[in-house]
Write a protein that binds this ligand. Structure first.
Ligand SMILES: [Fe+2]
Ligand SMILES: [Fe+2]
Length: 483
C-alpha cells in the first residue's frame, strides 16, 4: 500500500488523496463546480449558524487507525475533500459474469450508462438530506445535538463531492451535466424534486431526524456496502471510505432515539405512571410517549424500505451480472457469486395473501438487501426495548410488517396493518392515524421543540448522552453560536 494515498493533500483548493494536483483537467472541472456547490450550501444548507464555530471532525487520512481531527470550523469553510480508500493490489471483481477478472480502473464501456445512473442516484441522496434537515438547527435540544446535526450535514456534503468526483473524472461531458443537475434538484420541489421518495419527505422535528439517521442513513449504508463490492474500483474505494463516516450518522440516530426513550421512561417512573399507552398523561409530563415513537418508527422504516426498489427487479440482476453492484458482505458469502442457478424467497401477494415465493436469486437481489437491512435495523430496537424493560414497562417497539404503508413493490396497491393483516381502503382511512403520525402528533412534538443553547443544557424531552463527542465533558461548548 502506498503511503501517499493515506494522507490527504490540502495544498489544492479541493483536499484529496487522488493526486488532483497532477490531474489538471479534473481539478479544473471540480474547481469550476465548487462555486455552485458553495452557493447551494449557502441557500440550502443549515438555516442559520453559518458564521458559528462548530466543533467538527475533518478527515485528514484514510487510515482506519486514525483518520479524523476535531476542531472549531465555520461550516462554509469546511474542507470538503475527495477521499478514496487505499487501492487493494490485484483486486478482482468479486461477483457476476466477470467474477475473478481484474477490477476495472476505467469505466467499462458496455456498463457506462448503468454505472452513471447508480452514481447519480447515490449522489442525489446526499444533498437531499441536508436540504431536508436545514431547519432543525433552530430547535436543537442542546449544543451537543446541534453539533451532531452539522457534522452529519457537512459529511453528506462531502459524499456529494465523492460522487461528483467520479462523474467528473470518468464520465466526461455527461458526467459534468449530471454534476450540475445534482445542485439543481431540490428536496420536495414540485418541478425538480430529488430522485427518491424518502428524500422528498419533510424532517419536521428532532425525533424525525433521529429516525431518519437511524433508518434512512442505514439504507445508505446498505447501498454503499453493495457499491463497495463493485468491480469498478474507484467506486468501490469511494464507498468504502464513505462508510467510515456513515457509521457516525447512524450512531446519532440510534443514541438519539435511546435518549428520547430513556427520558420518557424516567419521567413516567417519576410521575408514577404505570401504563405507557396513556398518551395524554405521558404528554402532560412534556415528554414524547412511546406509542407516538412507534408511529414515527413505522413511518421512517417503511419510507426507507421503499428505497430498496421492487422485490423482483431485472435492473438489480443486470447490475449484479455486470459486476457493478454486489450483495451486502459479498466477499464473505459462501456460494458461487454468480447466482445463475439459485433461488431466494420473496414476499409476494398471492391471491390476496402474503406468501413467500422462491424467485431466481438474481432478480431477487433487492429483496435480499432489504432483508439484510431489516436484520441490521433490529439491533437498535433491542437496545431501545432494553431501556423500556429496565424501567419496568412491558411496552415493546417493533418493526411493522413489510406490507404496511408501502409505495413501491409488491404491496404498493394494497393496505395492511402493521401486523400484516390485509384491510380495505375504508378501514385504512379510519385507522391510519393509529399507526402513522397524525397532524395532532406532529403538533404535539413541535410544541416540545424549543431550542436549548446554554452550554451543557438539554431540552426536557431528551436525556443527555452518556459520553461526549471526542471524549469532551458534558459542559463542552460544541457550537460557539456567537463569534
Ligand atoms: Fe451520505
Ligand atoms: Fe449519512
Amino acid at each position: 500500500m502506498n503511503v501517499n494515498i493515506m494522507n490527504v493533500d490540502y495544498s489544492t483548493k479541493i483536499p484529496n488523496n487522488v493526486n488532483l494536483s497532477e490531474d489538471r483537467q479534473v481539478l479544473k472541472a471540480l474547481e469550476g463546480w465548487h462555486p455552485g456547490y458553495i452557493d447551494w450550501w449557502n441557500d440550502m444548507g443549515p438555516d442559520g449558524f453559518q458564521q458559528s464555530l462548530v466543533y467538527l471532525r475533518t478527515a485528514y487520512s484514510v487510515d482506519p487507525r486514525g483518520w479524523a481531527k476535531f476542531d472549531y470550523v465555520k461550516m462554509p469553510e469546511y474542507r470538503w475533500g475527495i477521499l478514496l480508500a487505499p487501492q487493494e493490489e490485484n483486486r478482482v471483481i468479486p461477483f457476476g459474469e466477470n467474477y475473478g477478472k481484474p477490477a476495472w480502473q476505467e469505466v467499462p464501456g458496455e456498463h457506462r450508462a448503468m454505472l452513471r445512473r447508480l452514481i447519480v442516484i447515490q449522489g442525489d441522496t446526499e444533498p437531499a438530506s441536508v436540504e431536508q434537515q436545514r431547519h432543525l438547527g433552530k430547535t436543537a435540544p442542546s449544543l451537543y445535538d446541534l453539533r451532531n446535526l452539522f457534522q452529519v450535514n457537512v459529511e453528506e456534503g462531502r459524499h456529494l463531492w465523492a460522487m461528483v468526483y467520479l462523474l467528473q473524472k470518468y464520465f466526461g461531458r455527461d458526467g459534468r451535466e449530471e454534476a450540475d443537475d445534482l445542485l439543481r434538484r431540490r428536496s420536495g420541489d414540485a418541478d425538480s424534486p430529488r430522485m427518491l421518495g424518502a428524500f422528498n419527505e419533510a424532517t419536521p422535528d428532532w425525533l424525525s431526524f433521529f429516525m431518519f439517521t437511524y433508518f434512512t442513513d442505514r439504507d445508505g449504508k446498505m447501498q454503499l456496502h453493495s457499491l463497495a463490492q463493485s468491480g469498478f474500483d474507484p467506486l468501490s474505494r469511494t464507498c468504502r471510505f464513505m462508510l467510515t463516516e456513515e457509521a457516525h450518522h447512524m450512531f446519532v440516530g440510534e443514541t438519539g432515539i435511546s435518549r428520547v426513550v430513556q427520558r420518557t421512561c424516567e419521567a413516567m417512573r417519576a410521575a408514577g405512571i404505570d401504563d405507557p399507552a396513556d398518551v395524554a398523561k405521558v404528554r402532560a409530563l412534556g415528554v414524547i410517549d412511546l406509542p407516538t415513537m412507534q408511529k414515527k418508527l413505522n413511518l421512517h422504516y417503511t419510507l426507507s424500505l421503499d428505497l430498496f426498489g421492487s422485490e423482483v427487479s431485472t435492473n438489480a440482476a443486470n447490475a449484479f451480472n455486470a459486476g457493478i453492484k454486489g450483495r451486502y458482505h459479498e466477499t464473505q458469502i459462501r456460494d458461487d457469486h454468480r447466482l445463475q442457478n439459485s433461488a431466494y424467497p420473496v414476499l409476494k401477494l398471492v391471491n390476496g395473501e402474503i406468501k413467500r415465493v422462491d424467485e431466481p436469486a438474481l432478480t431477487a437481489l433487492n429483496m435480499r438487501l432489504r432483508d439484510d437491512y431489516t436484520q441490521d435495523c433490529v439491533k437498535g430496537l433491542l437496545r431501545w426495548n432494553k431501556i423500556i424493560s429496565t424501567a419496568g414497562y412491558e411496552f415493546k417497539l417493533s418493526l411493522p410488517n413489510v406490507a404496511f404503508h408501502r409505495a413501491i413493490g409488491e404491496f404498493k396497491d394494497i393496505h395492511a396493518t402493521p401486523e400484516g393483516v390485509l384491510i380495505d381502503g375504508a378501514t385504512w382511512d379510519r385507522r391510519k392515524d393509529d399507526w402513522l403520525p397524525s397532524t395532532g402528533d406532529g403538533d404535539f412534538i413541535a410544541s416540545l421543540m424549543t431550542p436549548v443553547t446554554e452550554v451543557g443544557g438539554f431540552a426536557p424531552w431528551i436525556a443527555p448522552p452518556k459520553v461526549g463527542i471526542d471524549n469532551k465533558p458534558g459542559d463542552f461548548e460544541y457550537v460557539k453560536i456567537e463569534t
